[in-house]
Structure formats: structure tokens, C-alpha cells
Write a protein that binds this ligand. Sequence first.
Ligand SMILES: Nc1ncnc2c1ncn2[C@@H]1O[C@H](COP(=O)(O)OP(=O)(O)OP(=O)(O)O)[C@@H](O)[C@H]1O
Ligand SMILES: Nc1ncnc2c1ncn2[C@@H]1O[C@H](COP(=O)(O)OP(=O)(O)OP(=O)(O)O)[C@@H](O)[C@H]1O
Ligand SMILES: [Mg+2]
Ligand SMILES: [Mg+2]
Lengths: 227, 227
Amino acid sequence: VIELVQVKKTYTMAEETVRALAGVSVTIQPGEYVAVVGPSGSGKSTLMNLIGCLDRPSEGRYRLSGTDVSDMSENQLADVRNRRIGFVFQTFNLLPRLTAYENIELPLIYQGLPGGQRKERVNKRLDQLGLSDRQKHRPAELSGGQRQRVAVARALVTDPAILLADEPTGNLDQRTGQEILGLFRELHQTGQTIVLVTHDPHIAQQAERVIEIRDGLVKRDGAPLKE
Amino acid sequence: VIELVQVKKTYTMAEETVRALAGVSVTIQPGEYVAVVGPSGSGKSTLMNLIGCLDRPSEGRYRLSGTDVSDMSENQLADVRNRRIGFVFQTFNLLPRLTAYENIELPLIYQGLPGGQRKERVNKRLDQLGLSDRQKHRPAELSGGQRQRVAVARALVTDPAILLADEPTGNLDQRTGQEILGLFRELHQTGQTIVLVTHDPHIAQQAERVIEIRDGLVKRDGAPLKE
Ligand SMILES: Nc1ncnc2c1ncn2[C@@H]1O[C@H](COP(=O)(O)OP(=O)(O)OP(=O)(O)O)[C@@H](O)[C@H]1O
Ligand SMILES: Nc1ncnc2c1ncn2[C@@H]1O[C@H](COP(=O)(O)OP(=O)(O)OP(=O)(O)O)[C@@H](O)[C@H]1O
Ligand SMILES: [Mg+2]
Ligand SMILES: [Mg+2]
């Protein structure tokens, strides 16, 4: 269970204070498929980084499966990020000196999975995302959409309990975007939780629930609206 | 006039040869509004980098306003890039230690524009792109869509003769994307040339001409298709 209670994120700068999240309360049950929408700069990525334990709230509480995340040690946090969460970053965040294959393999190395099992899982994702013939390329030798697909593959390779995808199809043509959503649906059907940020109303409509963020606050939280 | 004749771009790697462009011939007249479409990895960004004088063909000729680009000195190339071309990069390529304001101002500093005129032009673009209240933020302190808008502002601030935009709206909601296309249309109406790469068929339909790339080759070149 993902439980945010009156969560705030404030950046204090020299000349201004930015309230990226201004008091957000959201509960997501295991197995839900949630879309997060809202204008550019409204706080979506900030929210995702908090849920993904990559950042801490300035105020408020975040409980993950009943445990307060602020009470977790660095090791426990790293463990949660590694074993339970898969994250597709809006700006991909691939390691520049590793190949596509190695970038996708890395979470499995951290999990201590043996080489043969790693190879099978990485190859499966490379294949599903049309990257097999680019597996030895480093990020600088890949197109924008190929980098995005490597980021997606890396997030899926651990079959995470919680998949957090921050605008996972922005650099992709419609068909490839739909293929990726198909892979997310597959994961969802095994009971995993999916939270995805999108600017595309068609993608939002495929979720079970849509949370609309505006100026760091939840404006709406319910079933997708028909367009 | 942008004139590519049988242009190829080949990457020779340890174990493979990648033909990113496999013989492309395209002529774009001044004042045209062209969309470039095609699957992920098909060669669109490679084509844009060649047109923008950021890269050289492996084979073939590129003539810009009658001059062969391969005959230009480094200074002449820098001059073309600076004074005649505005480029929105697929991955933004902002300077991390400069603020949004300074990133947008930089091309005008290179052009030797006086401070007062620079300030006026930068503020106009900040305002049009909804970035005025974020002008002092550095890229790491901006959302994905805000970074994309800074990249767009920087490309527009010189009112370039040729605007090259590589997927300029992928991280933006529909409304902001349309506002940006409105700014491109404004530039087009002053007689400038626009070449934009997009995965969005609605955006492609707003162009006068659509070039479809597939496997490094031009598959189609003509009026937009009705959907
Ligand atoms: N430095 C490089 N070395 C080897 N191959 C490369 C290099 N740069 C690009 N490529 C390959 O060239 C092909 C074309 O790349 P390009 O970036 O032009 O594609 P694109 O059409 O812009 O794709 P996208 O829509 O995903 O952005 C891709 O298959 C890519 O893997
Ligand atoms: N380190 C920081 N310092 C100051 N302000 C920040 C920082 N990081 C983000 N912000 C601001 O916080 C707000 C929310 O950012 P966030 O990245 O969550 O937006 P977003 O909803 O993901 O937007 P987009 O759709 O453009 O990706 C933005 O207005 C941004 O400028
Ligand atoms: Mg974001
Ligand atoms: Mg590209």
C-alpha cells in the first residue's frame, strides 16, 4: 500500500520558495493501475520521486506497506528501491558507460541473480522492446526513443511490485507506445501496481484511476473521464 | 535552400556497421514548413543533425544556399549554426550551470547583440513560453517540460532563418504543445523555414509537407495524409 498523508515538497531558493507539492494525500492499493496527469510543472515528477523513495517529503508522512519511509535506514530504502520498485525516469538516467544490455542487467546484479537467469530476463526484455540489435550500443549511440525503451526495459526486468513510469512514451511513435503499454498491462495482470505519469489523454484513459495534479495539489482523483 | 544529395551516415562499430542514413536526397526551399516522421531509430535525428551542420555526411553532398557545407571552414560552420539556424534538440542539451534566462540568452551573446536588446528578446520568449517565474532556475531545478520549453525558447530567440525542432513537444501537455506550434507558425509567417520531427500525426498534419523516413531512407515525401 502506498500512503501519502499531507505530503509537501518545498524548495527554498535564494530569492523564492517553490512549493512543488503543497499538501498531497493519496492512497494507492496493491494492484491498482493509476495515471497521474496535470500541466507541465505541476508536481508530477516530484510526486513520483517521493513514491519511489528517491526523495523525502519536506512535511507530511509517506507510509509504504505500513512502514513510515522516514523511519527506514539508507539500506532499507536502497532495498525497497531495488527489490520492489521499477522506475522509468522522464529523462531516462541511463549509465553512459554501460551498454543497453548492461544498463538493463544492472538491477538484477544488485539483486544477486545468477548470470544465466539474468541473461534470460534481459534478453526477453530486449526482444520485447525491439532492442536486440542495439544491445551493445551505449546510450550516446542510441536514438532518443531507443534510450527511452532501454529505460523501460530496465524498469521491467525485475518484474517489480510497483512500476513507476514518468512519461514513458514521449519519444516514441504511437505503435511503440502502445506496445509498451501492453507490457505494462501484462505486468498489471500479475497483480503488480502501476503508477504512470502521462500527458496523453488516450493513455490516461487506459488506467483504472486518474489523479490530476495542479500547482502541487490533487485537483481530481477518480475514474478516467470519457473524452 | 537546403539540398541533400544521396546523403549517407554510417557508424562503424567493432562488430557491426550501422547505416543510420542510407542515401537520402531532399531539397527544402526557403519558407517551407516540413514535418519529418518515421519509427524510432529510423534516422530522423541523424538527418536533423546533418541539416543543422552539427555533423557531416559519410557520403553524399549537402548544399546550403548553394554552398557545399563540406567546403566550409569551422568558422563558417559556426557562423551558420549561430546566425541562421535555431535547433531544438530531442534531449534539450541545456548548459547545466546556466539559468534558464542565461541558456536562452547565449545565442544572442554569440551574435554580439547589445544587452538591452538581448534582455527584451529573452523576456519576450520567457513570457510566451510561460517561463518568466522560472528564469533563474538552472536545468536541474526545472521540470522536464520546463527544460523542453527553455530549449524551444533558445532556438526561437534569434528568429532563425531555419528552425530545426527535433520532437519539441514530447514532454508537454496538449495545450502547451499547441502553443509552441503557434509560435512556430508565427515564425513561419515571417518567411522562415521550419523542419520539425514529430511522432504525433496531428502535428505532422499541420505542416505543408511530410517526409517519412524508414531504415535511413525516404519512404514518402509529399502533402500530409488525412487521418
Ligand atoms: N553514434 C552512433 N553509433 C552507432 N549507431 C548510432 C549512433 N547514433 C545513432 N545510431 C543509430 O542510428 C539509428 C538512427 O538514429 P536516430 O537518432 O537518427 O533515430 P531517430 O529516427 O531520431 O529515432 P527516435 O525517433 O527514437 O528519436 C538508430 O538505430 C541508432 O541506434
Ligand atoms: N530543485 C528544484 N529547485 C526549485 N524548483 C524545483 C526543483 N525541482 C523542481 N522544481 C519546480 O517544482 C515544480 C514541479 O516540478 P515537477 O518536475 O514535479 O513538474 P512536472 O509536473 O513533472 O512537470 P513536467 O510535466 O514538465 O515534467 C516545477 O515548477 C519546477 O520548476
Ligand atoms: Mg515531470
Ligand atoms: Mg530522434
